[in-house]
Design a protein around this ligand. Structure first.
Ligand code: ASP
Ligand code: MG
Length: 416
């Protein structure tokens, strides 16, 4: 007998029919002799719809009320699913995040979990129940309801799995597992049998939307064995764990892309000590996330800087820089959109020189200029213009030997 946490995403429980088939799937697991705790997301587009409704009433709805509102989506799922399982003659009980013992920091919309006291979950399990827990929600010490940020139900599942020492945490979604790249873009994307936490973390941060980065971080920290698989079929999924056996000759495991990129350049900056600290300190104070930073040219004491940020932070970043114009001498600030960051990720890159050079070569053969580069031990990212993204990703996928024979299975739209 093993203890499983099974997490079902929004599209897996998007309709009453799907809810029924998920209920069957859960019962199947119990029939195999296992104990089951289930984490659910809100049905289909419920969370988006709730946000839209709030915005019709108030362009800037209060963060606290948004948490009150959004947590109802998961509560509908948990109770309906429990009712469906009851109809199959099983003992089942659902809990909100706070009933399940999720304590969080006092932050609305993106709270971090501070502690989990899963007493009720454990005793309900011991009483022979299937336990359903609402995803992405918790409560502060003061009894305020909080959410973990969009896509946060993955984190609920992983954190709960760690807290109750589950043997497996299965993430059921609308794709068969983790793919070498976006199967909607590359027909021959291959499903990975396994992938390491570190690689998955890079891919999740770099734009692969199947797993929430925070959930992967949590899984790594607590060594939770994660399995990503489809709720629509019984195919084997992808296992995410610490060490994976490297396939012979495969140095790159995955290719990710992120279209949410804007580049800002500050030209002709007086190159004196403290300038970078001032610029990036001010951006940090304004809560603007900066990704790649490049400094170039150092002519007669003048340098140019570029950095990337998200599209939504572009305007704010420009304002911050204009705001410090009197302290930092520069001749011009420019910004660009229509960019994309393409990244290759692979644990094998550390020990194989020339992997990045090959990437630059493949991109140049597509006639595309590379605007910025950043690297870590297990990834290389290039910022390029977005118009040839498809061609570049397909060419990289082939160049690194990732193409599979078969065609990828693509389901609904659990991935953001
Ligand atoms: N329902 C929330 C969202 O759509 C949480 C989740 O699905 O993980 O972001
Ligand atoms: Mg959702």
């Amino acid at each position: 007998m093993a203890l499983y946490v099974m997490k079902f995403g929004g599209s897996s429980v998007g309709t009453i029919e799907r809810m029924k088939s998920v209920a069957k799937r859960i019962v199947e697991k119990q029939d195999e002799g296992h104990q089951v705790v289930v984490v659910v997301s809100a049905m289909g587009d419920t969370t988006d719809d709730l946000i839209d409704q709030a915005k019709l009433l108030n362009a800037e709805p209060m963060a606290r009320e948004m948490d009150m509102l959004m947590t109802t989506g998961e509560q509908i799922s948990m109770s309906l699913l429990s009712i469906a399982i009851g109809a199959l003659g099983r003992q089942c009980v659902s809990y909100t995040g706070w009933q399940a013992g999720f304590r969080t920091e006092p932050v609305h919309g993106k709270a971090r979990i501070t502690d989990i006291v899963p007493t009720r979950v454990v005793s309900a399990l011991e009483g022979g129940n299937i336990v359903i827990v609402a995803g992405f929600q918790g409560m502060t010490e003061d009894g305020e309801i909080t959410t973990f940020g969009r896509g946060g139900s993955d984190t609920t599942a992983v954190a709960l799995a760690a807290a109750i020492s589950a043997d497996f945490c299965e993430i059921y979604t609308d794709v068969d597992g983790i793919y070498s790249t976006d199967p909607r873009m590359v027909q021959h994307a291959r499903k990975l049998k396994e992938i390491s936490y570190d690689e998955m973390l890079e891919l999740a941060h770099l734009g692969a939307a199947v797993l929430h980065p925070r959930a992967v971080e949590y899984a790594k920290h607590h060594q939770v064995c994660l399995v990503v698989r489809s709720s629509f079929n019984h195919n084997e999924g992808t296992v995410v764990k610490e060490e994976v056996s490297m396939e012979q000759g495969v140095v790159v495991s995955g290719i990710a892309y992120d279209k949410n990129v804007a580049r800002i350049s500050i030209l002709g900056v007086s190159h004196v000590p403290g300038v970078l600290a001032k610029v990036f300190g001010s951006l940090a104070e304004a809560d603007i996330n900066v990704d790649i930073i490049v400094q170039s040219g150092d002519l007669e004491g003048k340098a140019d800087f570029s950095f990337t940020t998200t599209l939504s932070d572009r305007k704010k970043a420009l304002e911050v820089i204009q705001g410090i114009a009197s302290e930092v001498n520069f001749s011009e600030v420019t910004s660009e959109e229509n960019l994309v960051k393409v990244s290759i990720v692979g644990a094998g890159m550390i020990s194989h020189p020339g992997v990045a050079a090959q990437m630059f070569d493949v991109i140049s053969k597509q006639g595309v200029n590379i605007k910025m580069v950043s690297t870590s031990e297990i990834k290389t990212s290039c910022v390029i213009e977005s118009d040839k993204l498809n061609e570049v990703v397909i060419a990289l996928h082939t160049a690194y030997g990732l193409d599979s024979e078969g065609q990828a299975f693509i389901g609904g739209k659990d991935r953001r």
